[in-house]
Design a protein around this ligand. Structure first.
Ligand code: ADE
Ligand code: ZN
Length: 319
């Protein structure tokens, strides 16, 4: 029996397996510049975040209809359930679709056809988090929030992703304020490739409740102390960090030091089709490469529920 866990950092577009990309391309008459799934998989070798994002955005071309988004989400939920995921807070990138002429309703309602039935079909509860692309102007993010207004009953929060270096969180203050006024929860990627100050900005300017990645907090001891004191969850993605070269090898991953420091770390898969593993694979990989104890593995799983948006805020504050 896999350890029951919540997945809090998962981009649904990052679950597009090469075989599914080809199946959807055929269904929609989209030509992919790869001979077959095997050749596409061999392109999944990245230098850094940007080289990954180039392929990730290129492949969104195969996602066109509600059925495509429903099928993508169902495939993820089945895999996640098999690896012990009981609750998933799922990111999606509307701007990657709106810019191709796929409207917000197609994306959200398509995903919802899978998510709305997920507890019954997969035993996984779900929440949907809409991300803004930080390498596009804040005006696009404001338009995106506007386009989401008819669908807010499906969306629990907002996030910030895409190319981090040189794109500080503070530029998105206005859209985060608007999201907060609509009652949306707030998270942001920070400290993946960007400096520790971006983590501080995400907390202080955007008012986020969780930091996605957050690895580079370790460069600033005062920030680590703050994150520990305020019990700010970090959604760490170990296999992603190796594939995008934030760390050299899994054996070098700072997760043990982060746990030792008292940080509220969780383990997640980020873009599992691209980075070599789903949530359970990430748990196994860190256990094997870093020699984590069974107690540390249980701590990570417990943290995942504590850091989730499930109803337990009192419990987290009381710890
Ligand atoms: N979009 C999808 N995966 C991402 C990641 N790991 N960092 C930033 N943006 C992303
Ligand atoms: Zn991510």
């Amino acid at each position: 029996m896999p350890l029951p866990k919540a997945e809090l950092h998962l981009h649904i577009e990052g679950t597009l397996e090469p075989e599914t990309a080809f199946a959807l391309a055929a269904r929609n008459g989209v030509r992919l510049p790869y001979a077959d799934a095997e050749q596409l998989r061999s392109a999944y070798a990245f230098e850094d975040l940007q080289s990954f994002l180039n392929l990730y955005y290129e492949l969104t071309a195969v996602l066109r209809t509600e059925q495509d988004f429903e099928d993508l989400a169902n495939a993820y939920l089945a895999r996640a359930a098999a690896q012990g995921v009981r609750h998933a807070e799922i990111f999606f990138d509307p701007q990657a679709h709106l810019s191709r002429g796929v409207d917000m309703g197609t994306v959200v309602e398509g995903l919802w056809r899978a998510l709305g039935r997920s507890e019954r079909n997969h035993g996984v509860s779900t929440q949907l988090i809409m991300c803004f692309l930080r390498d596009e102007p804040v005006e696009r993010a404001l338009e995106t929030l506007d386009a989401a207004k008819p669908h807010l009953d499906r969306i629990v929060g907002v996030g910030l992703d895409s190319a981090e270096a040189g794109n500080p969180p503070a530029a998105f203050r206005e859209v985060y304020e608007a999201a907060a006024a609509l009652g949306l929860r707030r998270v942001a990627h920070a400290g993946e490739e960007g400096p520790p100050q971006y983590i501080t900005e995400a907390l202080d300017v955007l008012g986020v409740e969780r930091i996605d990645h957050g690895l580079r907090c370790l460069e600033d001891p005062a920030l680590v102390e703050r994150l520990v004191r305020e019990r700010v969850p970090l959604t760490v993605c170990p296999l992603s960090n190796v594939r995008l070269r934030a760390v050299d090898t899994l054996a070098d991953h700072p997760l043990p030091a982060m746990l030792e420091a008292g940080l509220l770390c969780t383990v997640n898969s980020d873009d599992p089709a691209y980075f070599g593993g789903y949530a359970g694979d990430n748990y196994h990989a860190v256990r094997d490469a870093l020699g984590l104890t069974e107690e540390q593995m249980r701590e990570l799983a417990r943290n995942s529920f504590l850091a989730s948006f499930l109803e337990h805020d009192e419990e987290r504050r009381a710890r």
